[in-house]
Write a protein that binds this ligand. Sequence first.
Ligand SMILES: *Cc1c(COP(=O)(O)O)cnc(C)c1O
Length: 403
Amino acid sequence: MTNVTNDIRFPIYLDNHSTTRVDPRVVEAMLPYFTDHYGNASSGEHRLGWHAKESSERARGIIAGSVNAESKEIVFTASATESNNLALKGIAEAYKDKGRHIVTCATEHRSVLDVCSTLETCGFRVSVLGVDNRGQIDLDELERTITPGTILVSVMMANNEIGTIAPIAAIGAICRERGILFHTDASQAYGKIAIDVQEMNIDVMSISAHKVYGPKGIGGLFVRRKQNGVRLITQMDGGGQEFGLRSGTLNVPGIVGFAEAAALAMRLGEEEQRRIAVLRDRLQMMLSAAGQTSINGDESARLPNNLNVSFHGVVVKDALADIREIAVSAGSACAFEDAAAEQYSHVLQAIGIGREQAASTVRFGLGRFTTEAEIAYTGARFTEFIHSYRSLSQHQPSATEVS
Ligand SMILES: *Cc1c(COP(=O)(O)O)cnc(C)c1O
């Protein structure tokens, strides 16, 4: 037996959908770019500039290769939020003479839904597809929603709350056949499931380094260039970097770190994801044994690191106030901020979960650094809390019963 406590790092981090710890190998790769190789990739007159340029071009090639794209099809941004903004606003502006209709889905990240709202105020029409109780859109409904004025469909590859993986290749095929551009937010999927932008008929795709053990502040946008490449209007004017699509001095340390993170994800590949899925399944089994739980999402198409559970009758806020040594999210980190506004997760709402159940819902996000011991501890800790919570609430009349 290994010493269990040696394999636990407190707080136990199970919030890997929000962000990830930077892999030490990524930090190592980045460090020289702060101290020795600090040139500006746009400086063409000296060695420091050339080195910065070569390093970022090598990184671009690695990231392109990881999704079967070409180097010139990858645009670096500061985040997936920025990538989503550039994709949707840039396409809307470039294709507005062709049509002004956009189709998206109810469970998208705020950085897609809010951009769509902004576009609505600029004269675009947006159709938001609903989802079933597993978080899947209906492909027939997608086909019916497309009109001659539709220019873009944006559907995320994997959901950040419930982990549902969309049938991206099928959606891409529908869009390709109808001559409509297809954007996907792959922030959660990238590095966890295999992505091939050719096979999946993806035209534009957003990714972010900090979701795959890379640094914060660096994102990417794949923009298809082959056969009537996608046109985009830049949302950032200036020095004309990134093929004129995104001005601003390149974040070379971030770019190098992103590429190292991408290379690691590819190298560790399926084996890493299988190990994580085994731990996730183990946690799911332990928690389900506590009774009166339900698993949210699509168990047949779910991210290997995602576990979204409702503990019926348990107020999760109370649980998390007690279980301080485990970092998890109540529903969604984004929805959490809305708590004051009496809102709850738009994703849970979209899959038909009511306010009360949402308040009983926890999102566990496992990752590369999650250990067996951490999962055993977490399963036991939550189970114990839930048992004592339920036995207490059985003996104490609830507030409604009193009144
Ligand atoms: C985290 C996330 C984003 C935002 O990424 P940032 O790089 O933090 O801006 C967008 N979409 C999804 C699905 C995400 O999980």
